[in-house]
Write a protein of this length. Structure first.
Length: 252
């Protein structure tokens, strides 16, 4: 297991010699395609070399280890997340855009979830996103450690929601059936259990959630949680900080 601080981003880049047939960017993109298809267990330098029509040995000229490759891949897909500039929108909108973008990225690339926190996320795409996030939250009136807590809170909601959603999505995919079909197959058991769990059974019937498309349920659940977090943060600002104005800048 490599040292946590031994990151591909803290080491000087290897000098390029001659006219390499592959670039590091090509290698990273091919690795992401393999990761999206098969997860981290399906990624190896040998398999990646075969995918690129090149031997694994030649890949090591560009990427020293699989761990380095994973770091590069994580930062590459993090670049898919858009964070508005501070002042371009009210801070709640800015945070929502960031959270929605992070959720969408993690659902496209669920293998990222298991890599968060394993190595430092200090690549250029992550740093640009972090810089904008700090600017948006600072303009709202959050400062110091509180700003860090706010960012962690929002990120935890995104990761928690997408971890479950991605796991269910993977299970549905493996089954070869749709989520609606799987849910329907469980109905006989749920109806049988209704007598033992009457409060739960009554809620299922009254809520209408059973008839909703699973994707719609996930979307609504995520949005509801995010809005309640933002409500709480706005209340905290009103009581303890500098409430943000309509354009997203902190008040005097």
């Amino acid at each position: 297991m490599p040292d946590f601080t031994d990151s591909v981003w803290t080491r000087p880049a290897r000098p390029r010699t001659g006219q390499p047939t592959l670039s590091r960017e090509q290698i990273v993109r091919a690795a992401i395609e393999l990761l999206d298809a098969e997860g981290t267990a399906g990624l190896s330098m040998r398999r990646l070399g075969a995918r690129l029509g090149s031997g694994a040995t030649s890949l090591y000229w560009h990427v020293a280890t699989k761990d380095d490759l994973l770091e590069l891949a994580v930062d590459e897909v993090m670049g898919e997340i858009y964070v508005p500039e501070a002042g371009d929108a009210p801070w709640r909108v800015g945070v929502s855009v960031m959270a929605d973008g992070m959720r969408a990225m993690l659902l496209r690339h669920p293998w990222v979830i298991g890599l968060l926190g394993v190595r430092p996320t200090i690549g250029p795409n992550v740093m640009r996103m972090s810089n904008r996030s700090v600017a948006v939250l600072s303009a709202a009136g959050f400062t110091g450690p509180i700003l860090s807590h706010v960012h962690s809170l929002v990120t935890a909601h995104v990761i928690g929601a997408t971890t479950t959603e991605a796991a269910v999505g993977a299970a549905v995919h493996r089954s070869g059936r749709s989520a609606a079909e799987l849910r329907k197959s469980l109905e006989p058991f749920m109806e049988k259990a209704a007598g033992e769990y009457p409060a739960y059974a009554r809620w299922r019937e009254e809520s209408g959630v059973v008839e909703m498309e699973p994707e719609r349920v996930w979307d609504q659940s995520f949005a509801f949680g995010l809005e309640r977090i933002l409500d709480g943060l706005e209340l905290w600002l009103a009581r303890n900080g500098s409430p943000a104005t309509e354009d997203g800048e902190a008040g005097a």
